[in-house]
Structure formats: C-alpha cells, structure tokens
Design a protein around this ligand. Structure first.
Ligand code: CTP
Ligand code: MG
Length: 224
C-alpha cells in the first residue's frame, strides 16, 4: 500500500446525546471506531492508519484497536482540524498519499477507500466521495423567509475518506487560517482543483440517534 489514513476520532458526539465520546459508542457491541478501522484495514492500498483519539482515551483506544489492525494513536484537539493536524504530523514524509476519514463514517466500504486512493494515484491532487443531494434545498433569510430554490443538480453531499497528494494536504493545513468543516475545503482555498468520485449510502456519518438506528439495520444486511 502507498496510503496513510488519518482518522479524526476525538469528537464528543454531542448530537448523539449523553454518553461516551462518539467513536467509542457501541454499534452491535463494537465501538464505531473498531468498525471504521476494520474497513480501512481491509482496503489493499492502506499501509498505515493514524487515529486521533480523545485525549483521555488514547491508551484505551490503542488497546482497543491493536487486535483489529496496526494503528498509531495520538491525542486529538478541540476542533476536528486540530485532530487531523495532530495525526498528520506523525505520517512519514515518504508516504505519497494521505486519506482523511471520519471515524463517524464507520460503515464506509473498503471499495470507496480504494476508489478515492486510485483517483489520487492516477494524478488528482485532491479527491472527495460524493452523492447527489436528494432533498430540495432552499436559501433563506435570517428570519426564515425563502429567498430562492437552489438548483439541486449542481449540488453534491460530501463524504469521507477524502484523499490527497500528501504534500497538498500538508500545505492546505498549514495555510488554513480560519476553520473548515472538511479537508478538501482547505485545499479549495489554495485554488487547487478537487475531483469528485462516487460515494456510498453506507458512508453515512453517524451524527444523531436516528443514524445509529439506521446503521444497526445496515449492519444486519448482507453487504456491510
Ligand atoms: N472530531 C475530532 N476532533 C474534534 C471533533 C471531531 O477528531 N475535536 C472527529 C469526530 O470524532 C468525527 C469526525 O471528526 O469522527 C466528524 O465530526 P462530527 O461528526 O461532528 O463528530 P463529533 O464532533 O464527535 O460530534 P458532535 O459535533 O455532535 O459533537
Ligand atoms: Mg462535531
């Protein structure tokens, strides 16, 4: 493999409700992070996985993941991008391709990881997995009056893993002054093109309790 995967997993999971940090919440008896790392390790391109864990749980996460795959665990930061930066800092310079994958997208199939890695390998600086937007999207004013309907056909919902030529991701992170919700966003600000490849319904982000219920059902289906 020629790919390192950085896994931000240090979030609290506030929208999921009270309980353990989200990456350590259980889905069919196993932490979300275990589901995520197992699927990453099953992708042949992946040489190395670095997890940014909640600071208080670094030791526990290392012990949890050691039987699953060889991983390096580092303490994450207060913001997602700080967690990504902390994990990126331990990826050796000679690894040519870096993917960033949310632990919360724990059912992402290895085929998506391979598709993203392959697109970077074949020359793209930055690659994101996307899906068409299914809802009608309206732009509204501050007082919730509709200003207009956005043309849905030019919109995409963005997933992870997002893939980068390693030097491009490093440069984007160093240049990023203000916060960004995804890593491709920091690359866009450098004026570097970001290419889209098909994502997967299985790469949904576990965010609210409904998502956990859906993921439980998806796990029981033949494919995941
Ligand atoms: N993340 C992180 N470090 C942070 C915040 C988030 O590593 N300081 C990670 C999360 O663990 C998750 C991913 O970034 O895998 C996407 O973030 P999100 O879905 O927002 O997770 P949380 O921040 O944990 O959830 P919430 O916003 O509901 O608290
Ligand atoms: Mg969050």
């Amino acid at each position: 493999g020629d790919v390192a995967v950085v896994v931000p997993a240090a979030g609290a999971g506030l929208r999921l409700g009270p309980g353990a940090p989200k990456a350590l919440r259980l889905l069919e008896g196993e932490p979300l992070l275990v589901h995520a790392v197992r699927r990453l390790a099953a992708a042949p391109s992946v040489r190395m996985i670095v997890v940014a864990a909640p600071r208080a749980d670094v030791g526990a996460v290392q012990a949890l993941l050691s039987p699953v795959a060889p991983v390096t665990v580092v303490p994450g930061g207060a913001e997602r991008q700080e967690s990504v930066a902390a994990a990126l800092a331990v990826v050796p310079d000679e690894v040519p391709i870096v993917l960033v994958h949310d632990a919360a997208r724990c059912l992402t199939p290895p085929s998506v990881t391979e598709r993203v890695a392959a697109a970077v390998r074949s020359g793209a600086d930055a690659v994101i997995p996307v899906l068409p937007v299914v809802d009608t999207i309206k732009e509204v004013s501050a007082d919730e009056v509709v200003l207009g309907t956005v043309d849905r056909s030019v919109l995409r919902a963005v997933q992870t893993p997002q893939g980068f030529r390693a030097a491009v991701l490093r440069a984007a992170h160093e240049a990023a002054a203000d916060s960004h919700t995804d890593d491709a966003g920091a690359v866009e600000k450098l004026g570097i093109p970001v290419r889209c490849v098909p994502g997967s319904d299985l790469a949904l982000k576990i965010t609210r309790p409904l998502d956990l219920a859906l993921a439980t059902h998806l796990l029981a289906m033949p494919d995941p």
